[in-house]
Design a protein around this ligand. Structure first.
Ligand SMILES: Cc1cc2nc3c(=O)[nH]c(=O)nc-3n(C[C@H](O)[C@H](O)[C@H](O)COP(=O)(O)OP(=O)(O)OC[C@H]3O[C@@H](n4cnc5c(N)ncnc54)[C@H](O)[C@@H]3O)c2cc1C
Length: 398
């Protein structure tokens, strides 16, 4: 089979997962990551349905399961810190069966560790230019090197620079909110517990995966599109001024945060995920927005499918077509979910916040609590399983 040399841009979730699957199919893979090392930031991410099966087929499910956050409860609190209601975390977050929740950092580390011995990783560099020729792509790196690859994969996230080089600027679909994630000092007294505090137009959450483990906080606020180079720290201070619960102390922490994750809730919708020998993967292709809770799962499933289709060896054009045909209905279903849930994340007014609190309070004592929550989270479960995973014969993991 020809077309064996693949360059992947981005060592987030999609990049290392694809590297792993491609290596198992006999490809030679290089991953270039702009950051000087694996990026650490981020909250916990869900791995659901079909993506769990992908982890099993790739042989890293047990490692991921060992890293499960094992969160016990979710508590909604008022501005004065009095609890509204406490509910079971797995139930409320719609996890079923073998579904997992891991810290994003743990997942990227697991995927990296499983590939570091067989895949070439280049950190602190990025693609400066792509020159597609009939027999491959000549890539010039920002660090000055020039190399030739058969195929280039853009797995460099929502704002993919590789996508821009191959397809030009593409408009993002803004879902009307921004999200920020950062580490806090100390555990906030939380032990496998998560706390949510909702105010009109803004929401705060924090958790710790164990007594003594530093807590992480997330801030979400409704907003029209902001300039890409906006000062996230300044915006957060403005938007969360006067917020209740422990938000004032969270804002103080912002000064010392190293890797602040600050981004819009946006989706990528494109008529085509490839241009010539360049193909898009994960958020770069079809970001469903953090509100869907499905970005990581889509990235894992996409990596598995893309590698499997390329391994059929009948040329990249046919493989890219099949990759889209398999993935599109699943992606569409999850993007629809992301749009719907974005509206629920930041309730618009006091009445909506009061209704949310009322629903949580009454659920607590409802004997049909489990059935009701399972019904409410059913669309998430269906979307997470809305793909029949093809079977691709792979060499055993090494
Ligand atoms: C630091 C960080 C924290 C996150 N936290 C959350 C979170 O808390 N909740 C949530 O729902 N989603 C979060 N996400 C997004 C989530 O990881 C993705 O939606 C999902 O896992 C799909 O992964 P991906 O690999 O497609 O993209 P990403 O995980 O975004 O990974 C993209 C990778 O590409 C790298 N990169 C970017 N530009 C270039 C370039 N020009 N050249 C080379 N490499 C480049 C980035 O540094 C990153 O490592 C976070 C992403 C990052 C990068």
């Amino acid at each position: 089979m020809s077309e064996r040399e693949v360059l992947i841009s981005g060592a987030g979730v999609a990049g290392p997962a694809l590297a792993m699957a491609l290596h198992r199919h006999g490809f030679r893979v290089t991953v270039v990551e702009r950051a000087p090392a694996l990026r650490d930031g981020g909250y916990k991410v869900d791995i659901r349905g079909a993506a769990v099966e992908v982890l099993k087929r790739l042989g890293v499910f047990e490692a991921a399961r060992a890293a499960d956050t094992a969160m016990r409860t979710v508590t909604y609190v008022r501005g004065d810190s009095r609890p509204v209601a406490t509910l079971d975390a797995n139930l409320l977050m719609g996890r079923r069966g073998d579904d997992l929740e891991v810290m994003r950092t743990d997942l990227t580390r697991i995927l990296y560790a499983a590939t570091a011995g067989t895949v070439e990783y280049v950190f602190g560099d990025s693609i400066a230019s792509l020159d597609e020729r009939p027999d491959g792509v000549a890539v010039t790196f920002a660090g000055g090197a020039t190399r030739r690859f058969d195929l280039v994969v853009a797995a460099d996230g929502l704002h993919s620079a590789t996508r821009r080089k191959a397809m030009g600027e593409v408009p993002l679909r803004h879902l009307g909110a921004y999200i920020s994630i950062f580490d806090l000092d100390g555990d906030l007294g939380l032990d496998h517990e998560e706390v949510f505090h909702v105010e009109p137009g803004r929401m705060v959450f924090a958790y710790s995966t164990g007594a003594g483990e530093p807590a992480k906080a997330g801030l979400v606020f409704a907003s029209p599109v902001l300039p890409r180079d906006v000062d996230g720290r300044r915006v957060l201070r403005e938007r969360f001024a006067g917020a209740g619960w422990r938000v004032p102390s969270f804002l103080e922490t912002l000064d010392t945060v190293d890797d602040l994750y600050f981004d819009s809730l946006s989706q990528v919708e494109l008529p085509r995920w490839s241009a010539g020998r360049v193909v898009l993967l994960g958020d770069a292709a079809h970001c469903p927005a953090p509100s869907s809770g499905q970005g990581t799962s889509l990235a894992l499933v996409g990596a598995y499918v893309l590698a499997g289709e390329l391994a059929k060896g009948d040329g990249h054009a046919a493989a890219f077509d099949r990759y889209e045909a398999v993935m599109r209905p699943y992606v569409a279903r999850n993007q629809e979910l992301g749009r719907k849930m974005a509206g629920d994340m930041v309730p618009g007014g006091r009445v909506k916040v009061a209704l949310l609190h009322h629903a949580m309070r009454t659920l607590r004592f409802n004997p049909w609590k489990r059935q009701i929550i399972e019904q409410v989270t059913r669309p998430l479960h269906l979307a997470a399983n809305a793909i029949e995973l093809p079977s691709y014969p792979m060499a055993a993991a090494v």
